[in-house]
Design a protein around this ligand. Structure first.
Ligand code: BDR
Ligand code: CA
Length: 268
């Protein structure tokens, strides 16, 4: 049976590359929906960006659901300084034909999981965990339906990218992270320790630039802009492909080695 995925994201340049990686493989898994959450930019903009990316990838069939526009207990912090005002520096944004679904993303997640068999659905969050945590809070029975949460967030020995220790997705909604990490789901975490090793090197980027199709050209332009930020800040050879680690794992799990860790989060 094909794996069933829900991708929860805040596009965002690296979320966009992750979606470009996810969307073509109709034969490998079913994407039941894309849910968006405020993070890199506002909810309105991440929704437009996700729908644009579906349209550019010719996936008019995937429903896009808008979720939470702010974190649990704290004001929203966004990352325009990294991703630009519209969130997708390198691509000219447009108003897509695809419209957002009427249903709230949290209700879509709950209804879809509750209608599924036990352990049937994989969640792939690449933004703040507000939508996923809200769904768990509202209907804890969904936990049993989740086969795995494959997420980008956090840092262990690597420093943070917002504060000296905090990574953006966890920093934006720490309460949501606490709810998800306390949930007893199987969680596969790609934190900064991993994602800072996965760079879009300038050599690979030049090869992508020679591929003559719309998605490859957009990926080239996005990553060229995104890489510039990290080259200036950290002296890296290209951009860290944070969110694309999640789909790389779904597509080719052998690329990574894993350790089992207990993640304890304490509330203040
Ligand atoms: C994470 O923060 C966001 O800016 C990126 O999209 C990624 O999900 C990296 O810390
Ligand atoms: Ca993201």
């Amino acid at each position: 049976m094909k794996r069933k995925l829900i991708i929860d994201c805040d596009p965002g340049q690296d979320d966009c590359i992750n979606l470009f990686m996810a969307l073509p493989h109709t034969d490998l898994y079913d994407i039941l929906g894309i849910t968006v959450v405020a993070g890199n930019v506002s909810l309105e903009k991440v929704s437009r960006n996700a729908r644009m990316i579906c349209e550019m990838s010719n996936r008019f069939d995937i429903p896009v659901y808008e979720g939470c526009d702010s974190p649990f207990d704290v004001p929203l912090v966004t990352a325009e300084e990294v991703h630009s005002d519209e969130g997708l520096e390198g691509i000219e944004v447009f108003e897509p034909e695809i419209k957002a679904q009427d249903k709230h993303a949290v209700d879509f997640i709950i209804d879809t999981l509750m209608a599924a068999e036990s352990g049937e659905i994989t969640l792939i969050p690449t933004g703040p965990l507000t939508n996923i945590a809200s769904a768990i809070e509202k209907e804890p029975l969904i936990i049993d339906k989740i086969s795995e949460i494959v997420m980008m967030g956090g840092a262990l020995r690597e420093g943070g990218n917002v504060t000296p220790s905090a990574e953006f997705n966890i920093f934006v909604d720490p309460k949501a992270a606490q709810i998800v990490f306390s949930s007893k789901c199987k969680i596969t975490v790609f934190g900064l320790d991993v994602t800072h090793q996965v760079l879009s090197s300038f050599e690979v980027l030049e090869r992508i630039g020679t591929i003559e199709n719309k998605v490859a050209q957009s990926a080239y332009n996005l990553l060229t802009c995104y890489g510039r930020y990290d080259a200036e800040k950290y002296g890296n050879d290209g951009a860290p492909l944070h969110d694309p680690c999640t789909m790389a794992y779904i597509l080719k799990p052998d690329l990574f080695e894993f350790n089992t860790r207990n993640i304890s989060l304490f509330s203040s």
